[in-house]
Design a protein around this ligand. Sequence first.
Ligand SMILES: [Zn+2]
Length: 255
Amino acid sequence: MELIDNHTHLQDEPFRGKEEFYLERAQKLGVTKMICAGQDPDFNERAIDLSQRFEPVYAMVGYCPDVAQEYDQAAEDKLIEQLQIPGVVAMGEIGLDYYWDEAPRSVQRAVFARQLEVAHELKMPVDIHTRDAFADCYQILKDSNLEYGAVLHSFNGNPEWLEKFMDLNVNFSYSGVVSFTKAKEVHEAVKKTPLERLLIETDAPFLTPKPYRGRQNEPGNVYYVARAIAELKQVPLTEVAEATYANTMRVYGLK
Ligand SMILES: [Zn+2]
């Protein structure tokens, strides 16, 4: 059984200098590949660096909503350059965050839409962060060309939102939240998500799944995300593993 953690932050502080240790632990749980999500210039650089040093690691780069105000022509030129490096497989994470509201919403929307355009020009998929902003996120995605694919990362929408987003060329990535007893709406969404559009992630070091909730998360724990999904959908774990592996390979064009 092979699994891919399609959204993790192995470049984040808790893992620095210990990447090999965490890659080995992941390997033991069948996690043979992972994609390190960028957020800002520092995280983007670090994600690329790891993708060049470790075979199982791929990178994505982008400006997340928190740093939307830093996005300018120089930032865009740099991203375009980085997106052409082998091992960099997507633009991400990009999107909207109306919970933290670190940047004015109008700026968040403009920068999100612009990065979607750039990704399309480069024929790259996108990985999307959306928090408390489903309506605007939906509208922007609907108005964008998603020909090269998109993933809604750590999807936590209810079945009604799932239904709406299903009309677009997007896939749904679930995190450790699926294992939380109280996340009833997410459970319902998982049950209704077709396996062929479902991906799994840890978003480590955050969102640790059961049975390790409360501890620091790590890429290997995507195994427990897959297990929780199998239980919810009442299918064998191997079926979830095979489907999510194939979907991730396809969406991000991994070899
Ligand atoms: Zn993330």
